[in-house]
Design a protein. Structure first.
Length: 367
């Protein structure tokens, strides 16, 4: 009988011979909420988890679709509440301190570092230099002793290449359409590999443009396909007008935007799921926005006349209300459905695993 392979010896040898190699799995253990339960669910498959550290997440959409609101507002605030330090790279010269304060973002130096950059190469060097210092100081530290850091770049689409600047100075406005997609792809690919096992993540916004393909009408994300392949999570956003007042009544006046979010890629949930999230100008996004529609689509809320009805599989209790009270989470109704939905999913997954284990045992015994 052949001797078993001594993996410990091989692991030790390859770790020494290959610089920067990490051994084992790098499953994320720190997640940052997007500020919306439905969007969290579509990204991570859990209501209270949004984007992960150790990975690269991209929010892409047209101007005014709510990218900066979610990235520089909701996610940064959620990160700070978890003790995560934020490095905010502003490439559009658009993120004013007053606006961030209105979104309850802490701009003190202990919580946030804001950098203003316009060059792709500068962003790449900043992240690279940071990770070199981070690894040098914390490579031997336990995971819980390493500080958690989130880079937020708003936006990738506004970054310039040296050729862009050189042509502008010469009065040549052709732009650098060849190198820029490659540079963006390289930036994301290298960032993914650098973060790996560490408590550091990147959230970036990007621009989209209208598709010219009649067979593929979805908006295209600038930066090319390589850029999308290198990212862990990609969410495409479209801007719709919100013509509903604070009481939920339809009106001809525009009270905000309705951000149509579609998860184009996720390693943690089923892709191509969508949600429309309301962002009123006066009050900002509700964490429950879109949740009623989500549960209705899943068949948990069912129409009963002009109302929506939910029958608890746990207690048998019937909750029946019009759509507006559901949207407002009256009496915590949506919280109840969320909790019981998660429990049902967990029970179903446990039952599947039990069935697999029983089947495997039977096959082994028969053989």
């Amino acid at each position: 009988m052949a001797r078993p392979f001594d993996v410990s010896k091989f692991r030790k040898a390859i770790t020494k011979s290959v610089p920067g190699l990490s051994v084992g799995f790098n499953d994320p253990d720190t997640w940052i909420s997007t500020g919306n339960y439905t969007l969290n669910k579509l990204i991570s498959n859990e209501f209270d988890k949004g984007i992960p550290l150790g990975k690269v997440t991209v929010l892409a959409g047209e101007s005014g679709a709510g990218k900066s609101f979610i990235a520089a507002g909701n996610v940064v605030r959620s990160a700070q509440e978890q003790g995560i330090f934020v490095i905010l790279i502003d490439t559009e010269n658009a993120l004013d301190e007053k606006w961030l304060h209105a979104l309850n973002v802490d701009t003190t130096p202990e919580k946030l570092l804001k950098l203003n950059m316009s060059m792709i190469d500068d962003v790449a060097k900043t992240i690279s230099d940071f990770m070199k210092d981070y690894k040098a100081e914390y490579a031997e530290a336990e995971d819980e002793d390493r500080p958690k850091v989130l880079f937020v770049v708003d936006s990738l689409g506004m970054l310039l290449t040296p050729t862009d600047v050189d042509q502008f100075n010469k009065g040549d406005m052709k732009g650098d359409m060849g190198r820029k997609p490659k540079a963006l792809t390289s930036l994301v690919r290298n960032t993914v590999n650098m973060f790996g096992q560490y408590n550091v993540g990147l959230l970036a916004t990007n621009h989209t443009y209208a598709s010219q393909d009649m067979f593929d009408p979805d908006d295209k994300i600038s930066g090319g396909q390589g850029f999308i392949y290198a990212s862990s999570i990609v969410i495409a956003m479209r801007k719709l007008k919100l013509k509903v007042d604070a009481d939920g009544n339809k009106t001809s006046q525009v009270f905000g935007i309705r951000a149509a979010c579609k998860v184009m890629k996720s390693r943690y949930a089923k892709p191509f799921e969508s949600v429309q999230v309301e962002i009123p100008y006066e009050t900002g996004m509700s964490p429950y926005s879109g949740l009623t529609d989500f549960f209705e689509a899943k068949g948990l809320l069912k129409k009963s006349g002009n109302s929506l009805e939910y029958i608890s599989p746990v207690t048998g209790e019937v909750i029946k209300m019009f759509r507006k009270p559901w949207n407002a989470n009256k009496d915590g109704a949506l919280d109840i459905v969320m909790s019981e939905y998660d429990n049902d999913v967990a029970d179903a997954e446990e039952e599947i695993m039990d069935n697999i284990e029983e089947t495997t045992t039977e096959v082994v015994n028969e053989s």
